[in-house]
Design a binder for this molecule. Structure first.
Ligand SMILES: Cc1cc2nc3c(=O)[nH]c(=O)nc-3n(C[C@H](O)[C@H](O)[C@H](O)COP(=O)(O)OP(=O)(O)OC[C@H]3O[C@@H](n4cnc5c(N)ncnc54)[C@H](O)[C@@H]3O)c2cc1C
Length: 579
């Protein structure tokens, strides 16, 4: 992605209105909105490239030159539920999305397979090859979850405490979908019950076939918990999102989204400094004045400091306890003990391939390679893959995994005729019984990560017999290394867990849930804030709105109210598409 270092000339630190800690995609989105509103912004990023968990890098330059790898995020869905791409006109800055269709392929050990297309009808036709009943149920199931998604998405695109903002995001279609899901007492009770259930319960209620339930459970577990986790029935919507708004990837890899944001930020006069690890937030008299980076250099901010890293890291690592105690005596211990990070994270494998995957036992078709490839043999397989991580065991006896061959959709990612392979294997951060060993005492050593990677590749080869002979080079990143690279506690790429008690008004804690903190001028954005992790840009956009509101409450409220009224008027006129 970014082969050039990023330079910015800083002549006078006092000229920056806002400093953002971390240049993940949410920090960059936030910066873009503030720059457009006329504020000067400096982003300080600890790595040598911006993007956080959204980079594309040529990380095997010697062994596999010309192969570009998405080190973390690859499939973009949530960002298409919000207005960030359009509002920031990111296409003008070089972003081009390639839509995936088919969206999912999941080969089953008995020779059946699930092939999910963007079209619900085509997907039902695939399911009907094996089960007429499940095909029919799939259409009803998807319709229900699409209505849920449409009905709740206005909340994603607004600060949780802003009723005006949330109301402004509704239109007639969204109201209709809310009514369809919760328009009577019984429907509401049923909806609440779904939310309190587990994805496993919901899938068992709707479907009979394992070849269908397993991939849906696998996608639900992307929330970072096993499918049996109660109170996370919302995970059942994950496949529906691949039908609407659909799934896409930026041409050139996820890093191309970051590059477009960098282009926009720099074109608006924003500065991004890399290799600047922030160590301290400078606070005086309960007001954030700036930051100090590794090496001692200080940067001052006139109006605010915004953190793209979560509240736990921000406060416990970068703020003096005395400054926190002075404003909220309980906050320190609540940050330490009440925010939940389970033990699950990812062991990431990137392969450079000489030839494409061939699913020899499943009547191979090249279209299988476009979307995500799920190795999910049964619901029990997925359950084991996620529940073992929680207790510190590596689920590698029979690995389940999420695989993508991104160069099938976007050949620019590899030299002509060659391919890249992205493998996500869920693994524990801290290995039970190996405390004190390996990187950061997690138990992860180079030898172990390669042993686990060998098992993962072995399992994949059961489905793709040509895999092993086609590997040119590989990169394996252990959970401990991922945590180091992202700077995230326990390698949590959602910054904090995506469980119900940490969502919306509770993310990360009720007293910090509206992007503000008790320290004046210190704001939070990023995956650790509402609506959470993944590539969405929503936390960045929502935080920018809260910041702007804090600067000009009256003007901003009037603007929001005007937008709300205009939104309602256009909804009365009715808009044809599901949006
Ligand atoms: C392997 C993997 C696969 C994933 N796949 C997908 C996917 O397919 N689709 C999807 O939607 N999501 C996916 N995700 C999740 C998604 O990538 C993240 O939730 C999202 O990128 C978080 O963005 P962010 O901007 O909030 O935070 P981050 O990307 O974590 O950005 C925070 C930034 O702060 C920087 N930083 C940290 N500490 C400091 C410091 N002290 N000083 C200065 N800078 C600092 C970091 O280097 C980083 O650049 C995946 C994540 C992983 C790890």
């Amino acid at each position: 992605m970014l082969t050039q270092p990023i330079y910015a000339t800083i002549t006078n630190m006092q000229n920056y209105d806002v400093i953002i800690i971390g240049a993940g995609h949410n920090g960059l989105v936030c910066a873009a909105y503030l720059l457009k509103a006329g504020y000067s912004v400096l982003l300080l990023e600890k790595r040598s490239v911006p993007g956080g968990a959204a980079t594309t890098e040529e990380c095997l330059p010697k062994e596999a030159p010309g192969f570009k790898f998405n080190l973390c995020a690859i499939d973009h869905e949530f960002i298409h539920l919000g207005p960030v791409v359009q509002e920031l006109e990111l296409e003008k800055y070089g972003l081009k999305y390639l839509e995936c269709d088919p969206v999912v392929f999941c080969p089953h050990p008995d020779g059946k397979y699930f092939l999910g297309h963007k079209s619900v009808e085509k997907t039902c036709a695939e399911i009907a090859k094996y089960s007429e009943r499940d095909a029919q149920k799939y259409a009803e199931y998807t319709d229900y979850w699409l209505r849920v998604i449409n009905g709740i998405s206005p909340m994603f695109n607004a600060p949780p405490n802003s009723i005006i903002d949330i109301a402004g995001n509704f239109n007639l279609n969204k109201f209709k979908d809310v009514l369809a899901v919760a328009g009577s007492v019984n429907k509401t009770m049923d909806f609440v019950r779904n939310m309190l259930s587990s994805a496993e319960d919901i899938l068992n209620e709707w479907f009979d076939s394992e070849f269908l339930k397993a991939p849906l459970a696998r996608l639900a577990a992307e929330m970072g918990v096993p499918p049996s986790q109660k109170n996370l029935g919302i995970g059942a919507m994950m496949m529906a999102m691949r039908h609407y708004p659909g799934m896409a990837r930026p041409l050139g890899g996820t890093g191309a989204l970051v590059q477009a944001l960098v282009n926009l930020v720099q074109s608006q006069g924003g500065a991004i400094l890399t290799e600047q690890q922030v160590e301290k937030v400078l606070i005086d008299d309960n007001k954030a004045l700036g930051v100090r980076v590794d090496g001692g250099k200080e940067y001052r901010a006139k109006y605010g400091v915004i953190s793209n890293i979560d509240a736990q890291r921000l406060f416990l690592q970068m703020v003096d306890k005395n400054d926190v105690d002075a404003v909220e005596p309980n906050l320190w211990s609540r940050l330490e003990r009440r925010i939940i990070n389970n033990n699950e994270t990812i062991l990431k494998i990137d392969l450079a391939l000489d030839e494409p995957l061939i699913f020899a036992h499943h009547q191979h078709q090249d279209e299988y390679l476009i979307g995500s490839i799920l190795i999910a043999d049964s619901m029990a397989h997925i359950e084991e893959a996620h529940s073992k991580c929680m207790i510190g065991e590596i689920p590698d006896v029979d690995p389940s995994m999420y695989v993508v061959m991104p160069s099938a959709l976007d050949p620019s990612l590899a030299p002509s005729g060659k391919h890249t392979l992205w493998i996500e294997f869920f693994a524990p951060y801290q290995i039970k019984g190996a405390e004190g060993i390996g990187l950061n005492g997690t138990g992860w050593t180079d030898e172990l990560k390669h042993k686990v990677a060998d098992r993962v590749i072995e399992k994949m080869a059961d489905y793709v017999p040509n895999l092993k002979k086609s590997i040119i080079a590989r990169r394996v990143e252990s959970p401990a290394e991922l945590g180091e690279r992202l700077g995230a506690y326990k390698g949590n790429y959602y910054h904090i867990d995506m469980t119900l008690e940490q969502m919306v008004f509770f993310r990360p804690l009720p007293e910090l849930a509206n992007y503000k903190t008790p320290i004046e001028g210190l704001f939070l954005t990023g995956a650790g804030t509402h609506p959470g992790g993944s590539i969405s840009g929503m936390p960045g956009r929502n935080c920018a709105r809260v910041f702007l509101h804090s600067q000009q409450p009256v003007v901003q409220t009037l603007k929001d109210a005007r937008n709300t009224i205009m939104g309602m008027m256009s909804s009365v006129q009715g808009i044809g598409n599901r949006e």
